[in-house]
Design a protein around this ligand. Structure first.
Ligand SMILES: *Cc1c(COP(=O)(O)O)cnc(C)c1O
Length: 403
């Protein structure tokens, strides 16, 4: 049995009420909640060893540096990167993608092509459009089907010797569908293209192995995996990180500076200009340790149970359409008849149930289904079937009030 009651006790926020009702938090795909060990790590940092890292000779600075670099190693081991310095700390997925897109502005030219999937978050579309504007490269799109899966045959037809980069998410945040990234990576490599995978939705739900995937770049955020906001990573293969120019100039990222010429520091510092989110990095490591203490496989199995239970309950309600039905994680994106998702979300909130409504930063997916948005209930390993029952009752009330 998955020890969900014991796990729930680790999350102080799950004890609170919203609008006089116990909180049912089903907006985990937007951000996850924070366990006490992570909160404690943040308090401990500011209470006991807050100091700037890497340059200090004094004890606090060394302690902070050690903890920050230990966190990098926790991430390296967890994701099986070859080297710790291939894990670059960033402020999150968006930041990481922009770093790579900006780097490629020096490596692409007119006539080159880059490929994006139809299922992307805006943060994995817009930076590449900006890159194409600068370089004259052409953006092509892997189409999706009605089930919310990518059409791999069409992808193969897009690939050619002109393809330089492919970017795709591991799991769609709007639908929860899992993309066949191993296949996507292999096919890209067969024409010599590099691949960036947006893992913002995968790392909370599954074990990911960078070397096994042979992925060139993989990016994610801490706040979706029980860590703090404003923290994330860019994993890049060493040879790619060496090829890309630095993203920002400043302290930390240099070896020597004169007014005539500056030489850059080695990895990872080349990409970590300025004082980083030290506490955030340390807390990210603690969050990953926490997830591992429960077990990613155990989490995935339990979340599948929640997904099946929630899907079955929802399908019993008249007028419900679920978007994204192929192989997926614990996300249910749906609409009820012609009712606007926002109206459902507002009533659910009054009843203590937090869901997301709208386009989920994926307008092209909404356009594909010709809808303004969806209601999205996304479950985490600290949610329960009892909470799903509360959500279903609240939804029935909302439907009654709105139809
Ligand atoms: C949340 C999310 C992002 C953006 O992450 P930030 O932490 O806001 O930078 C990008 N892609 C996907 C798939 C996401 O779920």
């Amino acid at each position: 049995m998955f020890p969900v009651e014991k796990i729930r006790a680790d999350f102080p926020i799950l004890q609170r009420q919203v609008n006089g009702k116990p909180l049912v938090y089903f907006d985990n795909a937007a951000t996850s909640q924070t366990p006490k060990v992570v909160i404690d790590a943040i308090v401990d940092y500011y209470s006991n060893y807050n100091a700037n890292i890497h340059r200090g000779v004094h004890s606090l600075s060394q302690e902070a540096t050690d903890k920050y670099e230990q966190a990098r190693i926790i991430l390296q081991k967890h994701f099986n990167a070859r080297q710790a310095y291939e894990m670059i700390f960033t402020s999150g997925t968006t930041h990481s993608i922009n770093m790579v897109a900006s780097g490629f502005s020096k490596l692409l030219a007119k006539g080159d092509e880059v490929i994006v999937s139809a299922l992307e978050h805006h943060s994995n579309i817009v930076p590449w459009q900006m890159l194409c504007e600068i370089t004259g490269a052409k953006l092509k799109v892997i189409p999706m089907n009605q089930e919310g899966a990518l059409m791999i045959d069409a992808y193969e037809n897009l690939l050619s010797s002109k393809t330089k980069l492919v970017f795709c998410n591991h799991i769609s945040n709007a639908l929860g569908t899992i993309n066949p990234i191993k296949e996507i990576i292999e096919k890209a490599h067969s024409v010599g293209a590099a691949v960036l995978i947006d893992g913002a939705q995968s790392i909370p739900h599954m074990k990911v192995d960078f070397q096994e995937l042979d992925v060139d770049f993989y990016v994610a955020s801490a706040h979706k995996v029980c860590g703090p906001t404003g923290m994330g990573f860019l994993y890049g293969k060493q040879e790619w990180l060496e090829k890309l120019p630095p993203y920002q100039g400043g302290g930390e990222m240099i070896e020597t500076v004169t007014f005539e010429k500056t030489t850059y520091a080695g990895l990872p510092h080349k990409f970590e200009a300025g004082t980083p989110n030290i506490c955030g990095g340390i807390a990210f490591g603690v969050a990953i340790d926490y997830m591992n203490s429960i077990g990613l496989d155990e989490i995935a199995a339990y979340e599948q149970e929640l997904l099946e239970y929630g899907t079955k309950k929802l399908e019993e309600i008249d007028g419900v359409t679920i978007y994204g039905t192929s192989n997926k994680t614990s996300v249910i994106s749906f609409n009820v008849g012609e009712i606007h998702p926002y109206d459902i979300g507002s009533i659910l909130d009054k009843l203590g149930v937090a869901v997301r409504t709208g386009h989920h930063c994926t307008q092209p997916i909404m356009d594909f289904y010709q809808i303004p948005g969806t209601v999205r209930a996304s479950f985490a390993f600290y949610n329960t079937k009892e909470e799903i029952d509360i959500f279903i009752e609240a939804l029935k009330k909302a439907i009654m009030m709105l139809s």
